[in-house]
Design a protein around this ligand. Structure first.
Ligand SMILES: [Fe+2]
Length: 401
């Protein structure tokens, strides 16, 4: 008989109902009514026209919706606290996040800010400081993504920006798991090619990092992660070439949801530990920062820990057996780099923000990672420190020499 004490435990919880399919957002009014009488509808200013259609749909169904047009693409803590001050006392009882990752994160942050006493930053879970516990219930959240990448539609995470320390922090609270995620591929057909590419690669990175993360036994995170990577390999290029194809958009939306479920159970590792402070220091959008960081991180991982990446070569790429694990890991990273080049995302920080703004950026970035993001570094198959991060960070900023 097996001794079960030597086998790791595993578990899985996803309290989010997923309603997926083209046209699913047409049912938003009925979904919203299940959770409250007065929803706050958060949408980014860039999507004002599309949002108007759904605000009208809610009004026509007799819903007393309160619109909130989000002006900041990556919301700062002052912006969130200020918005909450303006909205308090209006009887809002449910929050709808309609848009990309930052609109959904803003909705989650407001669900907390509208019910708690302290400023929103106190609820971020930082490597160097635990969050303040929530008191009582927060408002229920409904997500309606219009991009496929962040996975915020099914995660308990919300990313915040603190400008004075050029820092990003993440709220990680089961209370903000969305109650319902409405995944409507018809909302995603308007995404431009560059956004489709960078958000799609962000979803890939979530799937990859959750799969190779060494922090705990989580076989279901790996199952979802590997399937999500297969879907991105098979659909991302086609979604860009045929932007109005609902089939490719829906496959990318499914990849994003699977990757989001994977990171809800086993978080991200070194690529996100680099890309988040990179975004805070340079204002490069999250998906793009993740896309340009992934290959350099993996190239520097092969020597110390090739096995996990070799497994992805065999299982995700269904690649043939090669002479050793390092060769298979290299083949996987080559395959990923080929995809990144095919979707036009083979860039460096220098090519995005220019030479002058890259002066001294390597050391500032390393400082920020070591100060604020040391926890996810420990979850990567190779644990990098300030010295071993340096060549990776330089490859990301200037490209390999
Ligand atoms: Fe991400």
């Amino acid at each position: 008989m097996k001794d079960f004490r030597v086998i790791d435990a595993f578990g899985f919880k996803l309290p989010t109902e997923i309603i997926g399919g083209p046209g699913a957002a047409q049912g938003l009014a009925n979904i919203s009514k299940q959770f409250g009488a007065k929803p706050l509808f958060v949408y980014p200013v860039q999507l004002a026209d599309l949002a108007t259609t759904y605000l009208q749909l809610l009004k026509d169904a007799g819903v007393a919706v309160v619109p909130f047009e989000q002006a900041e693409p990556e919301p700062t803590i002052e912006y969130i606290d200020g918005a909450a001050d303006g909205l308090r006392g209006q009887g809002i009882d449910v929050v709808i996040g309609f848009g990309g990752g930052s609109a959904m994160d803003m909705a989650k942050a407001l669900a907390i800010a509208l019910t708690q006493k302290e400023g929103i930053w106190m609820y971020a879970n930082l490597s160097n400081r635990p969050p303040l516990p929530l008191e009582g219930d927060v408002l229920p959240v409904i997500t309606v993504p219009t991009t496929s990448g962040t996975g915020s539609e099914v995660t308990p995470y919300a990313v915040l920006t603190k400008p004075d320390t050029q820092q990003k922090g993440t709220i990680q609270e089961p209370a903000i798991f969305p109650r319902v995620a409405v995944i409507d591929a018809a909302l995603m057909t308007g995404m431009p090619a560059s956004l489709t590419a960078s958000t799609g690669m962000d979803a890939f990175a979530h799937a990859l990092e959750a799969t190779i993360n060494i922090s705990k036994h989580a076989p279901m995170a790996e199952l979802f992660g590997k399937e999500a990577m297969k879907l991105v390999f098979a659909n991302l290029k086609s979604a860009i070439e045929q932007p109005s194809s609902l089939e490719f958009r829906q496959n990318m939306a499914l990849a994003t949801v699977l990757a989001g479920m994977a990171i809800s159970h086993r978080g991200t590792t070194t690529t996100h530990a680099i890309a988040e402070p990179l975004g805070a220091l340079t204002h490069i959008p999250h998906g793009l920062g993740v896309t340009i960081s992934t290959v350099p991180v993996l190239r520097h991982t092969i020597e110390g820990a090739p096995e996990g990446l070799a497994e992805l070569w065999r299982e995700v790429c269904v690649g043939q057996k090669l002479e050793d694990a390092a060769a298979e890991a290299t083949a996987f990273v080559d395959e990923l780099e080929t995809l990144i080049m095919a979707v036009g995302m083979n860039k460096t920080v220098e090519s995005i923000i220019g030479k002058d703004d890259c002066q001294g950026l390597d050391e500032r970035l390393i400082d920020s990672i070591m100060k604020f993001k040391f926890r996810p570094l420990k979850q990567h198959p190779v644990e990098f420190d300030a010295n071993t991060l340096r060549p990776i960070v330089r490859d990301i900023i200037w490209g390999p020499k």
